[in-house]
Design a protein around this ligand. Structure first.
Ligand code: C2E
Ligand code: MG
Ligand code: MG
Length: 760
């Protein structure tokens, strides 16, 4: 803690000075009260103090921050000159005049010292707030009041003589009180109050206050042996502490250090001192100086309290606002939603306001997880931030939009009816279908909305929220933009429970895989199969994949679901291959699988387990998935192809893949969506025929196998055969069925297409 190079020498010098002081203290104890030794008490103490001041000045010369040690050194020098002058005046038994020249030097100590203290405290004060200043003032004024109480009370009774003598004697306690005020106030104010330099000086000031009070008694003749001892050692002791303080390295304040709360002890003691003095004054007269200081202390306490109450009130307000606001979007949060709903239901309980109606729209974003996974959480956050302004523009001032959590929002539509609520839901969905622009990116999200009405559906906040949540799940599962709550929804089971059941079904291998054959349109033989998952639910019957795959996506179950289907499909493919049926097996994969970095490895492991070559497996990726995130799909497709796997664009034609994209994707198969066939049956058939023919030709040019889906009759089959399609799949050929129910050979013979029949 001491300056490094000088530390040992300095410690030795200060130890010697401390030993001298102790010896002097002992000599004072051992001698008679009225016995004095001018050599020791006068010259000895003077020289002791001169040495300590010299040490301070020496420190100032060798230090970069010299002003404080210099001021302290000069202050002590002034005091030691005073002591030396007194020794000279008292030499040979002479009586020093009162006041003497020594008083001039002693009193000069104070202003120099105040400046040093203020400079020392200054580096801490930038971090101090307004109320902490008041704490310091309370502590300092309280200490000053207490000190004045004793010093001035005694002096008024004991000091006599001419006005100069009284003024001189009063100057010391005033100087000390100011010093004490600065020291105690500063100690209360300085952050952390852990500056050892400050603490040493504060202790020194405590010593001077005690010493001067005893000095006062001595000069008034009211002295005792204890008084002589204290009076004798207090100042040398204080001076030694002050001198030592300049060698203590100041504590470096870290800009990151947290300001601890200001201590309560010193201001508390100051306030108590002020109060006690005023109380004592009612029984026993206290000096007016102490009364004035005590009154000032309590007035400062009053101001401090008023400021505290004010800041507490604004803090409470801020906290309340924070508690009901979502940090990211600035919208209200779940708590705010409950506050509003509770207020609505409480008001509605009042007979005068009965009749108000409210609709709660519970909105869950689709594909939000994919945005987070593909572009990072900052992109997801930006989408959420843009949601507020975009959705609010479709609401009235009386409606409220809140973020319930994650990608779920709620809208409270006041004084409404089901038709208007549905209109709002429609508008919100339309708004969400517009792309979100994120720097260079444009992303799309969809949403499902559940609507519940109060008081028709529920008469309590949590129930209303549950109703809207149920309706939202129903909308999601049914792939509907929005859905209103109906009581039957409850009967069919809670979607959360459904998710649990789905998780169990996947883990317990309860899902089933059905297979739909694809026929080669040249040979008429089954040359491929598509694996399609089904969920035989114990209560709800056979659930088709489109009803539970969105649930699995939301609940993060796609990884296990695909692994299950893949395992079953590859095993079945191996079984058919072993039975002499060489055919490819198509398995549908979702966006979540493509994002999974370990997916291709697990596919290869499954193939290896069943000894099926990679070329026999075709992974189907829907066109919409590719359009939504081409940059993500392209490298994954390249990776699959590099591993020798087949890749198919499923439902091609349902979206609008740009030809440029199609050309750069290394897919091996194009699966024409059923909508191609629907289009052929309606509208301008010639143009549509040309379109399908061109699409098939394009696929072939790009070395892709072209498969037609949704073949429901023989005409469609023949038409596609004539247009040059390679494979066909559809109910006309076979519905998806369990493997053991498929009779491949029997079917195969029926399916020799009469090529060209429908195409002129
Ligand atoms: P997809 O891959 O396009 O599968 C073809 C869907 O069309 C199947 O519906 C099939 O039953 C149906 N389909 C077949 N022939 C005809 C027909 O002639 N007419 C009509 N109208 N429909 C026909 P399914 O099994 O309900 O599957 C629906 C979708 O669910 C699939 O569409 C696929 O995208 C998804 N899916 C099915 N299984 C899985 C799976 O294991 N994983 C993933 N990620 N998705 C799956
Ligand atoms: Mg498919
Ligand atoms: Mg398809």
């Amino acid at each position: 803690m001491l300056a490094p190079r000088l530390s040992r020498r300095v410690v030795v010098v200060y130890a010697a000075l401390a030993a001298l002081l102790l010896a002097y203290f002992l000599s004072l104890i051992l001698r008679q009260a009225d016995q004095s030794n001018s050599l020791v008490d006068g010259w000895g103490v003077g020289v002791f103090e001169l040495v300590t001041s010299g040490l301070c000045i020496w420190r100032a010369i060798g230090s970069r921050h010299r002003i404080v040690p210099l001021m302290l050194g000069l202050g002590i020098l002034s005091w030691s000159i005073g002591d030396t002058v007194l020794a000279a005046e008292s030499a040979g038994g002479g009586t020093p005049p009162v006041p003497s020249l020594a008083d001039l030097f002693w009193l000069s100590f104070y202003p120099v010292f105040y400046v040093a203290l203020v400079l020392l405290a200054r580096r801490h004060l930038a971090r101090v707030g307004g109320t902490t200043w008041l704490d310091g003032a309370v502590a300092g004024l309280g200490a000053a009041a207490l000190c004045a109480c004793f010093a001035f009370n005694t002096i008024l009774h004991s000091v006599g003589g001419n006005p100069t003598t009284v003024a001189t004697d009063l100057a010391y306690p005033i100087g000390d009180i100011l010093l004490l005020m600065l020291a105690v106030g500063g100690t209360a104010v300085i952050p952390g109050r852990k500056d050892p330099q400050w603490l040493l000086i504060a202790c020194a000031i405590g010593c001077t206050a005690i010493g001067d009070t005893f000095n006062l008694f001595a000069s008034s003749g009211a002295t005792s042996h204890l008084g002589v001892i204290v009076n004798g050692v207090a100042w040398p002791c204080a001076i030694l502490l002050i001198s030592a303080s300049v060698w203590v390295r100041p504590v470096q304040m870290s800009p990151l250090a947290r300001n601890g709360p200001p201590g309560f002890l010193l201001p508390g003691l100051g306030a108590c001192a002020g109060l006690v003095i005023l109380l004592v004054d009612t029984l026993h007269q206290v000096t007016p100086v102490a009364i004035a200081l005590a009154t000032a202390t309590l007035m400062t306490v009053g101001v401090r309290l008023a400021l505290s109450v004010r800041s507490l009130r604004s803090l409470t307000e801020i906290r309340h606002r924070q508690a009901i606001t979502d940090d990211l979007t600035g919208l209200g949060n779940r708590r705010q939603l409950f506050n509003l709903l509770d207020a609505f239901f409480a008001d509605n309980a009042d007979p005068e306001t009965v009749g108000r109606r409210l609709s709660l729209l519970y909105l869950d974003l689709d594909h939000f997880k994919e945005i987070n996974d593909s572009f990072g959480h900052s992109a997801g956050d930006e989408v959420l931030r843009q949601l507020g302004p975009r959705l609010t523009s479709h609401l009235r001032a009386t409606d409220a939009l809140v973020r319930v959590g994650g990608d779920e929002l709620a809208v409270l539509v006041m004084d409404t009816d089901p038709t208007y609520a549905a209109t709002v839901a429609r508008r919100l969905i339309d708004e969400l279908e517009r792309p979100f622009l994120l720097d260079a990116l444009s992303v799309r999200v969809g949403a499902s909305i559940g609507i519940a009405h109060a008081p028709a559906d529920a008469t309590e906040s949590a129930s209303l929220l549950r109703c809207a949540d149920l309706a939202m799940y129903r909308a999601k599962v049914g792939r509907l933009p929005y859905e209103s709550y109906q009581h039957e929804l409850d009967d069919e089971g809670n979607p959360l429970q459904l998710v649990d059941e789905l998780r169990d079904a996947i883990l317990d291998n309860q899902l089933e895989v059905h297979y739909q054959p694809q026929v080669d349109l040249v040979t008429g033989k089954v040359s491929a199969m598509e694996a399609l998952v089904r969920w035989p639910h114990p209560r709800l019957g056979m659930i088709p994949p489109l009803d539970f795959i969105p649930l699995a996506e939301e609940a993060g179950l796609m990884h296990s679901l695909t692994a299950f289907v893949l395992g079953r499909a590859v095993k079945q493919c191996a079984a058919w291959r072993a039975a002499g049926e060489t055919m490819t097996m198509s398995v549908n994969v979702s966006a979540t699988n493509l994002l999974d970095s370990g997916f291709s490895e697990s596919v290869m492991t499954t193939l290896a387990q069943h000894d099926v070559p990679p070329a026999c497996l075709i992974l189907e990726i829907t066109e919409t998935m590719i359009i939504r995130d081409f940059d993500l799909c392209k490298p994954v497709v390249d990776q699959f192809r590099a591993l020798g796997l087949g890749v198919s664009i499923d439902d091609f034609g349902a979206g609008v893949t740009s030809l440029a994209h199609l050309g750069s994707l290394a897919v091996s198969e194009l699966k024409l969506d059923r909508s191609f066939l629907t289009r052929l049956a309606t509208g301008d058939t010639e143009r549509n025929l040309a379109l399908v023919r061109a699409t098939i030709a394009l696929g072939h040019k790009l070395n892709m196998r072209v498969v037609a889906e949704g073949i429901e009759d023989v005409d469609a089959l023949n038409l596609l055969a004539a247009l040059g399609c390679d494979l066909a799949q559809g109910y006309f050929i076979s519905r998806p069925m369990p493997a053991n129910e498929l009779d491949l050979h029997e079917r195969r013979d029926d399916l020799s297409p009469s090529s060209g029949a429908a195409v002129a």
